[in-house]
Ligand binder design. Structure first.
Ligand SMILES: Cc1cc2nc3c(=O)[nH]c(=O)nc-3n(C[C@H](O)[C@H](O)[C@H](O)COP(=O)(O)O)c2cc1C
Length: 170
C-alpha cells in the first residue's frame, strides 16, 4: 500500500477477532518500529511482547481493576488483541527519548496498517506501570502499549483540527 494511503486509512481499532497473528508478522512490524529516527541515534526503545492469552487477560484485568469503567474498553482491547507490545524506554533525556519512542510507535502502527493488521496505541497502560515493571523484571520507563490483531471493525475517520487551526506562517 502507498505510504500516503496507509497514513490516511490507519485507525485506532478497539475490536479484534480471533484470527491468529503470526509471530513473524509481529516481528516484521517491530522491525519497522526500530527503523524510526531517534535522538543521537540512541534507539531508546525496548519491547516486551505479550501473546500468551492468560498474561494478556491478567494485564487487562489489572488495568480494569485499577481504573474501573473508564478503562473498560481499553482493557477489553488488551484481552482481545492477539499481541500486546509493551513499549519501554531507557531515558537519558526525557523529551528527546520520549519523542524518539513516539516516532517508533508511529512506525509500528503504520506498518501494521500496511499489513492489514489493526492496532491501538494505549496510553492508559501507564496506570499499571509499576505492576508491569515488577511482573517482567524491567526497570525501564513504560511509554505505551500497542495492541495488535485482526479486525472486522473499520471505524470511520476521527475528526482532525484543520491545518489553518494548527499552523502559522510568517
Ligand atoms: C499517546 C496516545 C495514547 C493513547 N491511549 C489510548 C488508550 O489508552 N485507549 C484508547 O482507547 N485509545 C488510546 N489512544 C488512541 C486515540 O484515542 C486515537 O488515536 C485518537 O482518538 C484518534 O483516532 P485515530 O487513531 O483512529 O485517528 C491513544 C493515542 C495516543 C497517540
Amino acid at each position: 500500500m502507498e505510504l500516503s494511503k496507509v497514513m490516511e486509512e490507519r485507525r485506532s481499532v478497539r475490536h479484534y477477532n480471533d484470527k491468529k497473528l503470526d509471530k513473524r508478522i509481529v516481528c516484521d512490524i517491530l522491525n519497522y518500529g526500530i527503523m524510526a529516527p531517534s535522538a543521537h541515534n540512541r534507539q531508546p526503545w525496548h519491547f516486551i511482547v505479550v501473546d500468551n492469552p492468560n498474561l494478556k487477560k491478567e494485564i487487562g484485568n489489572a488495568l480494569e481493576n485499577k481504573m474501573g469503567d473508564i478503562a473498560k474498553v481499553t482493557s477489553d482491547v488488551i484481552r482481545e488483541s492477539q499481541a500486546l507490545v509493551l513499549v519501554f524506554a531507557d531515558i537519558e533525556d526525557m523529551v528527546m527519548d520520549l519523542v524518539s519512542v513516539g516516532a517508533c510507535i508511529e512506525n509500528i502502527v503504520l506498518r501494521a496498517k500496511d499489513l492489514d493488521v489493526a492496532s491501538l496505541w494505549i496510553g492508559y497502560i501507564l496506570n499499571i506501570e509499576k505492576e508491569l515493571q515488577r511482573k517482567f523484571s524491567c526497570d525501564k520507563k513504560l511509554i505505551a502499549a500497542v495492541a495488535l490483531g485482526y479486525t472486522d471493525h473499520f471505524p470511520s475517520k476521527r475528526p482532525r483540527k484543520t491545518l489553518e487551526e494548527v499552523s502559522e506562517w510568517y
